[in-house]
Design a protein around this ligand. Structure first.
Ligand code: HEM
Ligand SMILES: *[C@@H]1O[C@H](CO)[C@@H](O)[C@H](O)[C@H]1NC(C)=O
Ligand SMILES: *[C@@H]1O[C@H](CO)[C@@H](O)[C@H](O)[C@H]1NC(C)=O
Ligand SMILES: *[C@@H]1O[C@H](CO)[C@@H](O)[C@H](O)[C@H]1NC(C)=O
Length: 345
């Protein structure tokens, strides 16, 4: 059913909703009058209240599920008849992917009433709503089906890498029908969450490092020196300098007030654009958005106009959550980690 969406209608509905709801702060307790969506909502609220870092994981899961074979729950699989245990989760690009236990908890409650793909899409939607304080909200229909293939190789070949240059990012997004504007909009998701040192190592003093603020680089050098990788360690840091410790922020010469952003941590907001325009973002793939004229204009626009970013982000998430599943065999999985048939399809 998700395949048959009238994308334009859904997009405009969502934009209207985002405008209507912008300014209302209380995201908590938003319910839908639908058993499946309300169950997802309740569990996501509880999980985020207990540990806010599950929220970024859920938002990222939508991207990593829907980008590969469309929204089909393929990212959740531990094993399939065709891929064995070499599923998307094992892809290098999927380092740090999380949220699987929460998806299982929700699935246990919903049984056959929801596909795993729908749970991923709804949970990511609710996480974005809650982490944005109700400023990013959109409606999406259910009806996605679960796929039965999941390949690490395909994920590594098709998800964008943090070392991509602008053309590579643009091509990757165009291949899924996403524009430069949508690339810039969705990259704002890096206002939340964490990254491993291996994902930004190229930003710490390689001869060809893309520009990064020297104070920020020095602070990263201090907390996570490149030498740790040689010792077999791969620590994480917040994607957003806003979410760093006070000591780090002093080293990084970062002051949210001077930057004109809210200091509140783990909030999905447009602070990413403020950071990017002063070279205080983690990935090369973030910084390179500055190298294209159209993308750079959008960075500036979203920095200046949070309302516009909230509604454009919501619209892009609707489009992402509607990418049609690819393949021949679909089902409603009984267990999100394995296909219903274990030997063949
Ligand atoms: C534009 C291309 C993108 C690239 C190259 C990219 C790359 C990355 C990398 C390398 C990480 C850190 C992984 C790790 O080291 O643990 C990350 C984290 C994250 N990404 Fe992206 N990403 C992209 C787009 C997106 C999109 C479209 C979204 C969602 C709409 C997204 C949401 C996130 C979130 C929320 C995290 C933090 C996850 C957590 O803390 O659990 N990213 N991304
Ligand atoms: C599934 O939906 C049916 C019909 O609404 C309901 O009676 C049943 O309790 C639901 N089961 C679960 C596990 O949610
Ligand atoms: C960070 O460390 C790298 C080497 O690991 C070095 O090349 C670079 O100059 C350092 N940056 C700062 C600002 O100290
Ligand atoms: C911000 O963007 C919204 C939505 O695109 C628009 O209606 C509003 O006029 C913009 N505000 C400013 C100050 O440009």
């Amino acid at each position: 059913m998700a395949n048959k969406l009238d994308a334009a209608a859904v997009l405009s509905l969502c934009v209207v909703l985002a405008f209507t709801l912008a300014g209302q702060s209380a995201a908590a307790g938003r319910y839908y009058g639908d058993k499946v969506q309300d169950t997802v909502r309740k569990e996501v609220e509880k999980a985020i209240a207990y540990d806010r870092s599950i929220g970024p994981a859920l938002v990222r899961l939508v991207f990593h599920d829907c980008w590969i074979n469309g929204c089909d729950g393929s990212v959740l699989l531990d094993k399939t008849p065709t891929d064995g245990t070499n599923t998307e989760k094992k892809a290098v690009i999927n380092i740090g992917l999380a949220g699987f236990q929460l998806i299982d908890t929700i699935k246990q409650q919903l049984g056959p009433n929801a596909s795993c793909a729908d749970i991923v899409a709804f949970a990511g939607r609710d996480a974005a709503d809650i982490l944005s304080g109700g400023k990013i909200f959109y409606t999406i229909p259910g009806g996605r089906k679960d796929g039965v293939v999941s390949s690490a190789k395909v994920a590594d070949a098709n998800l964008p890498e943090s070392t991509f240059d602008f053309d590579q990012l643009q091509n990757n997004f165009n291949a899924r029908g996403f524009s430069v504007e949508e690339l810039v909009v969705l990259s704002g998701a890096h206002s939340i969450g964490v990254a491993h040192l291996s994902s930004y190592q190229d930003r710490l003093g390689r001869a060809d490092s893309t520009p990064i603020d020297p104070d920020y680089q020095a602070a990263l050098n201090k907390t996570t020196p490149l030498s740790l990788l040689q010792k077999g360690q791969n620590p994480t840091v917040p994607n957003n300098v806003r979410d760093e410790t006070a000591a780090f922020q002093t080293d990084a010469a970062y002051d949210p007030v001077a930057m004109g952003v809210s200091p509140e941590k783990i909030v999905l907001d447009n602070s990413y654009y403020h950071n990017n325009l002063v070279n205080k973002v983690l990935f090369e793939s973030d910084w390179v958005l500055r190298t294209d004229g159209d993308a750079a204009d959008k960075l500036e626009e979203y920095k200046e106009n949070a309302t516009e970013w909230h509604s454009d982000f919501a619209a892009a998430m609707v489009k992402l959550s509607s990418l049609p599943a690819q393949g021949k065999n679909f089902e409603i999985r009984k267990n999100c980690r394995v296909t219903n048939k274990q030997y063949y399809y």
